[in-house]
Design a protein around this ligand. Sequence first.
Ligand SMILES: [Fe+2]
Ligand SMILES: [Fe+2]
Length: 530
Amino acid sequence: MKNGSYFLRSNVMAEPLVDGWYAWAHLIPPATAARNLTERHLKIMDSYIESPETHAAAVKNPALLGGPFMDFKGSRVEDVKQLRQRTLHCRSKLVELSRALEKLDEMLRLRATGYSLESLYAEVPPELQGYVELVYDLNNQPSFRLIEPLLYKSSYYDPSMQSVMLSEISQDDRPFVLSTPSLEKDGSVRLNLPFASDQLDALFRMKHTPSPFESIREELNLNDEDAQRFRSFLTTEKPRPYAKYQGPGARWRYFGHACILLETAGVSVLLDPVLSYTYESDISRYTYEDLPPVIDYVLITHNHQDHILFETLLQLRHRIRNIVVPRNGGGSLQDPSLRLLLKQCGFRNIIELAEMEEIPFERGSLMSLPFMGEHGDLNVQTKAAWRLEANGHTLLFAADSCNICPQLYEHVHREIGDIDVLFVGMECNGAPMSWIYGPLLTQRIDRQKDHSRRLAGSDYDRARALVDQFGCKEVYVYAMGQEPWLNYVMSVKYTETSKPIVHSNRLIEYCQNRGIIAERLFGEREILLP
Ligand SMILES: [Fe+2]
Ligand SMILES: [Fe+2]
């Protein structure tokens, strides 16, 4: 190591924030950000300011896990008031955009009656004129298409609201991010940098390549006070070297939830990256330190916050050769283009793959397969189950695919044949549709309807049908949100009687009775394929 050079400590947490809220995928595209600002953040802030004690009680109640309640140690009413003021002051354009989306919906409901839509362009709220195309579906239901690339170029997209908060983390417990803003805390350093900035790459490169203190200080433009705090995030201790897989077959490692690294001697593929930092814990796990210096392909299954985590992705950006996402047309409020979104966040080499399309690589390939359901019956196309072929082994990463129509996989099977190893998510309770998509709705949905449209993955019957259809030899239940270091984006806690546990136990038993290797993954796991 060069004299006077430092590494970034492996327990330095880097939270990407938008307006002080944890940056998940809907906070980046202007239209979804606008709706979440008015319908989620401002509402939660108002409610907290009015009754912080209700919030404090609610976060202790397991039945309300993941609900719209702020989770702070002690009262932060003054801070939340300030955040609210700042939001209203600095984000008035987004508040207007959100109201304009409401007005547009209402106008279409009243005025688009099956006749030509051309005359209605004049009635599009001014904030949205030129940014939407009005359309009918074939049943004369009116809707609109957002011109997303232009919205990112407009004043509605303001990267100056993006920042990254650095602090040390030493345990798994973090407040649920959809409900609790990230306020300044002791010892933290906030980097007011847009996500796309190269300076972040320079910082995260220091996890494996040391840099002199003064040069990173200059790069990040730190004032004296921040520089002093920042110094404590650095170390001269070298991270442990990475042992690359060199065998003839393949190795996969489970990092928690749906995050799996598959390596052959020639290629590395990381699925749904969500990583823990490195600190003492009873639950052993792979962390950032267990990744190769270069990742050939990062694959994203779908745009839910437990599968696409900017906190992890930004830290890995400089080592990702290609990031492969499911193709979507873009333009619908509930299904923003992931390609555009990642591009705004500084990713290059983004590849969109449509259903059944394939990318060959050395002694293998990756292929996007259809993924149905799990999105409250909304038209969301940013979904893929990934089939990987590596050195003669085939693996299917189905994530939260809900096998609501097994005939789909009959057709798929005819095209691709059997699968050796299946990874299937069985979070089959699922939150109601409004949990994620509620802020995008401009009309209230009946509670019963909402609860019937769940964000649920495959249950026993549906997962079993996948196993049977593809003649799998090994089955791993994953993506269950059980690792405690992911509670801050998942907010699920199961007991032995919870449906996802009961159903996945049944699946494992079913498989084992047929000589199929089967288990539910938790924490960490490594398997070598010959
Ligand atoms: Fe999901
Ligand atoms: Fe999930």
